[in-house]
Structure formats: C-alpha cells, structure tokens
Design a protein around this ligand. Sequence first.
Ligand code: AMP
Ligand code: MN
Ligand code: MN
Ligand code: MN
Length: 283
Amino acid sequence: MTILNADLHCHSVVSDGTLTPEALAARAAANGVELWSLTDHDEIGGQHRAAAAARAHGMKYLTGTEISVTFAGSTVHIVGLGFDPDDDEMLRGLLATRGGREARGREMAEGLAKVGIRGAFEGALQYVGNPDLISRTHFARFLVETGVCADMNEVFRRFLTPGKPGYVEHKWASLAAAISWITRAGGLAVIAHPARYSFTANEEWALFLEFKAHGGLGVEVVTGSHTAAEYVEYAAVAREFGLAASRGSDFHSPEESRTDLGALPYLPGELTPVWELLAHRIQ
Ligand code: AMP
Ligand code: MN
Ligand code: MN
Ligand code: MN
C-alpha cells in the first residue's frame, strides 16, 4: 500500500508543543495521517509514548527528533527518523545538545529585563513541559500572554531573533555529529525546512554538500514552514542533490500553528519519499 499522508514533523510538551504525545496521535489519526513521527527538539523522551499511541490508533510510526545544529554561524535543524530510541550515543548526544538551555534562558531573561520586561525566566517556565527543554517558544508564549506582543511572530521579530534584546547566541551540535548520531542508530537524517534559513546561495550549497558528505539522505520539501512556491523550489533542490523528500506539518499547537497535522499537500510524485528508504524501520 502506498503511503501518501505521512506527517513526519511535529512537537509535543516534551519540547515546545502544547499537546501530549497521546493527544497529538489522536489528532493525527483523526486527520487521516497514515504514517506519523513525533520530532521533539533535541529530545526523544516522548518516543515510546508516541509509538504506543500511534499503534492504539492503527497508525504506522517512525521514531523522530529535530536536532539543533550550528552551521556557518547559524542554527540549522536536522530531523532524524527511524533510529533506535534507546541508542546510547544518540541519548548522550541529545543530552549534551540541550544542556545549555537553562543558562541560555536565564541570559535571555537578563536581556529582556534590560528593555523593561521583568520575570521572563519564571514566566517562560510556566509554559515549560520538560525542565530540560526551555525554548524561545516558551518565552514567546509568556510575552503574548502578558500582552507585551500581539502574537508569536511579533515576539520573534521584536525580541527573540539575532540582534534583538532577548536573543542569545548559542552553540548547538555540529552537523557531522547530528548526522552521525542518527545514522549510527539506524535512522535517516533530513534537512528541516531549508527555506527558513537566512543563508546566501553559497552557504546553502555548502550546507547541502556537507550534509550529503556526512551521510545525510533527505530534505523536507512539503512542510508547514514552506510556501507553495518553496515546495516547488525545494523539490528541484532534492532532485539536484539526489535526496529523498520528507513531508511534515511542524505542528506545535492548535492555537498557534497555521498548519494542522496531516493537512499539507502530498509530496510531488516525481520525488522519492524518505519513508520508502525507511520501510524496514516503520513500526
Ligand atoms: P529554540 O530551539 O529555543 O531556539 O526555539 C526555536 C523554536 O522557536 C522553533 O522550533 C519554533 O518553534 C519557534 N519559532 C522560531 N521562529 C518563530 C516565529 N517567527 N514564530 C513562532 N515560532 C517561532
Ligand atoms: Mn519548535
Ligand atoms: Mn525547526
Ligand atoms: Mn520543528
């Protein structure tokens, strides 16, 4: 049976989403998702719950995560799919990657205090589901809830992006390490939402070349973070670099996310879906 409605990118309370793995599974199943993956940032603590919930709804499942990587001085996200969720090297690598988040969060709060926004660290913590994973999203929720900004987009634009008062430079995993953790654990590495990075054409080329050289095999083409024009653009890039294509909503929350689970267009037919290369890893 050919799978069309795969959703291989979303977030639960284990990272910066607002739903539990079980609630996400129910929502994905209700939306007709055939193959699902929960891809929390730098964390795989929700994988066993997600797999069990998928099974309960009769959905196929691939393990997942979205690893924060520093490449050419910017943050890039690498999605890992179909790896062993109990792999030691992967677990240690992710633990180290999320290790600096609390100190970073405190520094972000100091930056915000300087422009008159007090108590942001404690405020953000109210929205955190996993104390190990304090993210910019949690700060953004606090700034919206307290009326400092009208929506998440405004928070990121005014406060949480490079050069803004609440932004703190951070060194994440290396591209080589992230791909190695994923592939050595039996999984497949995917460049997440490539249109979202502010790279020059040369930097983007270098990212794709190095990604391939380290054993990366996939790229997100149809994602909630891309426009329809970007689906077409990155379908061509996938073909050019001989990469398989992935599809995922990047769903975080019913209140905040524009794209629901399973609601995107299907992958263009001429591409190889990543799940064809992962048939042996589907649960
Ligand atoms: P962090 O890993 O702490 O740097 O947080 C990154 C997260 O912030 C991403 O995974 C998104 O969920 C969220 N994010 C980034 N930019 C925006 C934006 N413009 N609007 C809403 N959420 C955003
Ligand atoms: Mn996120
Ligand atoms: Mn991302
Ligand atoms: Mn994501």
